[in-house]
Design a protein around this ligand. Sequence first.
Ligand code: DAH
Length: 351
Amino acid sequence: MREQLHNLKNEALALIQEAKDKKELETLRIAFLGRKGKVNQLLKRLVQLEEEEKVQFGQLINEVKRAIQQTIKSKSSTIHAKGRAGTHHPSSIKDFFDPTLPGAKPSQGHLHLVTQAIEEIHRIFEKIGFVRVRYPEVDWDWYVFESLNMPKGHPARDEWETIFINQKPHPKMGKVVLTTHTSNGQVREMERVGQPPIKMINIAKCYHRQQDITHTIMFHQFEGLLIDKEISIPHLKGVFDHFAQEFYGPERKTRLRPFNFCFTEPSFEVDINCPLCLGKGCRTCKGGWHELGGAGMVHPNVLKAGGINPKEYTGFAFGWGVERTYMMKSSLKIEDLRLFYSNDLRFLKQF
Ligand code: DAH
């Protein structure tokens, strides 16, 4: 009888595990635990036993009964959960592992859009012979202002809301500043190369105090400088046209506006038509055009500061914001420059 009980339990548990739905489970419950079920049939046979055995087997039968009841209960809740979640319930994943399924790919990052822009700008200028350099982003007053024909106290310095570093000034170079523009690379490059031709593209971080829809406190500029014999305004215009064609495509236009910078003569501001309204005027551009940055023919005093004879050599220079230049691409609709540095993945993942 002990063996019979053992077999009964095994048979019941195996069949319950195999049950596919509630109906099948109920049939099994009746077959084993019902009034005329197998467990009750065994109980009936207890009368034939001695008093001592009755107690022993009674206990055993109850244990078997309890085991069957419990298995039915847990199987029933599994069937119930499967019914709600379809085949994707975690327990079904645990039960069945399919090694032929493709693995889950780890998420992969990419370069920040400013880095992408810098690489693209660099490639365009490199192809026409400009050499990429990087000059200090914390520099002496001399390179940032004074050597660029802006002596101390000159009102033109007010254009740049400069952030000064709290450090003892150099006797000749003056105070230390966070570079307000990449033009600090001009005289540094003349000193590095010495004898023209000079064809520099300096891409670095700059700092202003202003922060609004078209400005961030930290931003990037790229500064071009070309010095050689008989360089004139058509060379400057030719390089800008080439850049606009390569970077933006044929439908975009640039224009030069007369302006004033101490370090160039004559000086211009270079504009490009707005990619959002193509020149009609909208919330971002207001007048249909966006300022890319400044440009001009290098002032003789700047050439002299870099040790170059202005009677022998001439040159042009320009300095534009990387973020702003990038925002003007037709395919992009970036309405706020601050988004570049918001660290919002929903924005960054689009590039
Ligand atoms: N440094 C100027 C700025 O930050 C831009 C600029 C103007 C650069 C004229 C130049 C230049 O090289 O020739 O606004």
